[in-house]
Design a protein around this ligand. Structure first.
Ligand SMILES: Cc1cc2nc3c(=O)[nH]c(=O)nc-3n(C[C@H](O)[C@H](O)[C@H](O)COP(=O)(O)OP(=O)(O)OC[C@H]3O[C@@H](n4cnc5c(N)ncnc54)[C@H](O)[C@@H]3O)c2cc1C
Length: 575
């Protein structure tokens, strides 16, 4: 009903095809609300209104505040007057001879009911809705109003009186007024919604074993993390960059996946560690992840294929599931391979993996709410972790807490109910009964987690075929399983060289010009001379060139002075 005044659209920033738009508009967290004023001509990323929560009612009220922040000159023409009228205006309305209904909602200054009802009735004809404040008790008494909100109605024939409704709520007022005789909805010419069939994807179910871990899930998750989640940050600097460097270090050292992926992570880690800059454009990272330099043996799929993380609907499970699995694998690997973090600065720190995950979630995780919940749990007890095994168990316990909090939540997939994990069928030894109560045998749980999240439990079924440069590599232990018949996912996988062109804001001219400083940063990372070199690479080359020239010159002068001295000594042997 409010559409003529304020249009609402939702964009799924988790969908890779929207990635460029979300990046242009600097969307870092979901949900993010952006408001765009009517008649705005120049590009803007919109205004960010933050209510105390994200409840529908708060969002509706933020919309009203936003509409009221318009000046008279730029107010949307269809927006009805939302400011309160004075008692004198009410009196003149009582002499209504316009032949239509006039409803006046009396309310307190902080109430939004009047404005919501005004907007609810805005597409209806034969009725005008106004609001007035309860600031003049004598006037209210004259009209017979004893409590607010109340609605005073002036009928088309001039008679008037208070309307009688069961509850003084927006929905009751609106529905009463909409059902008055001769009050009808005007026809609105709004663009049609795209039909459901056009958008619906055909989802093919992949059979899988719940006791196994699937490379396809982990690689799809890494692809999403590096190419979608990080992409919402145009440049990374300061604490954000440090968090990314530490996270990549932890993953590069502990990810037990296939060699081309591990190699890519190692390369990314070394590159980030060697950077002399405190600011990196995201596109420079993307060039590396896409292996623009075509280094042999490096590859990460650019397709999403969930297997153990499939949801029964496309919006369920997927990325967050793969992230949990990745995190558990990292804690387990740190516990079973004590030397893995040597020479990283994280050795001998049993909390290193958990603390890095914690910072990653707070800085980059698209689900802001999830990051905040995790932070609460971390603040409460992460400091108590004293050994790598305790880190494994800490994450397991907290994951179970999240499971129990989300049981029955709309994000729960009915096919994968949220229960305490591992279930008795997965690990009978983990469960015991103490004085009639279910409890965990934590030693058994630890053994189970080490087995379940260990590299030996990784299955490559459904995993993307390794790209051209990585094909020569045998996956670890030669355990790669062939694609199952009928699974065509791998065929659609592009070779690294054939990746779709990196979306760049300059190509998105239909979106309007992006912020100039952001554009400069992104252009700084644009391919140089069309050879896959970014200007960052070129600056490093120039730096190296100057340094080596200086070194040669110093050597030249050193030997020249030495040879002069030597000649001098031979000419004057007595000296
Ligand atoms: C750090 C983090 C915090 C989150 N916080 C929220 C939140 O606050 N609100 C919200 O709505 N969503 C949150 N999510 C998302 C949510 O936890 C689930 O990921 C999502 O609902 C999908 O659930 P799922 O059925 O795939 O199972 P997930 O909970 O994602 O688990 C993935 C897999 O891990 C295994 N597993 C399950 N429990 C455990 C355990 N205790 N230990 C080890 N392995 C286990 C199972 O094999 C399971 O299939 C969060 C996600 C993450 C990564």
């Amino acid at each position: 009903d409010w559409a003529a005044t304020i249009r609402v659209a939702a964009l799924d920033c988790a969908d890779k095809s929207n990635h460029e738009v979300c990046q242009t508009y600097d969307i870092h967290f979901y949900p993010s609300f952006r408001y765009f004023r009517a008649f705005t001509k120049d590009f803007t990323t919109g205004e960010n209104f933050k209510g105390p929560d994200r409840e529908l009612q708060t969002v509706r009220q933020a919309m009203i505040d936003f509409l009221q922040n318009h000046t008279d000159a730029n107010r949307p023409p269809a927006c009805p007057a939302l400011d309160p009228i004075r008692p004198s205006d009410v009196l003149s309305l009582l002499d209504n001879r316009e032949g239509r209904y006039v409803a006046v909602l009396f309310e307190s200054n902080s109430s939004y009911v009047g404005r919501e009802v005004i907007l609810d009735l805005s597409p209806y004809e034969n009725i005008a809705v106004k609001r007035a404040l309860d600031s003049d008790p004598a006037f209210l008494e004259k009209l017979g109003i004893s409590s607010v909100p109340s609605c005073y109605l002036v009928y088309p024939n001039g008679s008037h009186g208070l309307i009688n409704i069961m509850k003084p709520l927006r929905s009751f007022f609106s529905s009463y007024l909409k059902s008055l005789p001769d009050v009808r909805k005007k026809s609105l010419a709004l663009p049609e919604k795209p039909s459901k069939e056009e958008n619906s994807e055909v989802v093919v179910w992949r059979e899988f074993d719940r006791s196994k871990l699937y490379t396809a899930d982990l690689e799809s998750g890494l692809h999403y993390l590096l190419r979608v989640e990080l992409a919402t940050h145009r440049t990374l600097a300061g604490a954000e960059l440090k968090t990314l460097k530490d996270f990549v270090t932890i993953v590069a050292k502990l990810f037990p996946g296939r060699p081309p992926v591990r190699k890519l992570l190692e390369m990314l880690q070394e590159w980030l560690a060697s950077l002399p800059l405190d600011r990196v454009p995201y596109n420079a990272i993307l060039d590396l992840v896409n292996n623009k330099m075509r280094i042999s043996g490096i590859f990460l799929t650019n397709q999403i294929k969930w297997v153990g993380c499939q949801g029964s609907r496309p919006e369920l499970r997927g990325y967050t599931c793969s992230l949990w699995k990745l995190f558990h694998m990292l804690t387990v690997r740190a516990g079973t391979h004590p030397d893995a973090l040597d020479d990283t600065g994280f050795e001998d720190d049993p909390q290193a993996v958990l603390q890095t995950i914690r910072r990653y979630l707070l800085t980059f995780f698209g689900c802001k709410e999830c990051g905040e919940h995790f932070e609460e749990m971390a603040k409460e007890s992460m400091d108590s972790v004293k050994t790598p095994d305790q880190a494994i168990l800490w994450l397991w316990k907290k994951h179970n807490l999240v499971n129990s909090r989300l049981a029955g939540h709309p994000s729960e997939d009915p096919r994968f109910p949220k229960v305490a994990w591992p279930t008795p069928d997965l690990c009978p030894a983990c469960h015991e009964e103490l004085r009639g109560l279910d409890s965990w045998d934590e030693d058994q749980v630890l053994l189970f987690l080490k087995r379940h999240y260990g590299s030996d439990n990784l299955v490559h079924t459904y995993a993307a075929a390794l790209g051209g440069t990585g094909e020569a590599e045998e996956p670890e232990g030669g355990r790669a399983n062939p694609e199952r018949p009928g699974d065509h996912g791998a065929e659609s996988l592009l070779q690294p060289g054939a990746l779709p062109p990196t979306p760049r804001p300059s190509e998105g001219s239909h979106l309007g010009p992006a912020r100039p400083e952001a554009r400069r940063e992104v252009e700084a990372a644009a391919p140089f001379l069309g050879m896959g070199f970014s200007s960052l690479d070129m600056s490093l080359c120039v730096l190296l060139y100057v340094a080596s020239s200086m070194f040669l010159m110093v050597m030249f002068f050193f030997f020249r002075v030495r040879s002069r001295r030597w000649k001098g000594r031979h000419r004057h042997p007595s000296v």
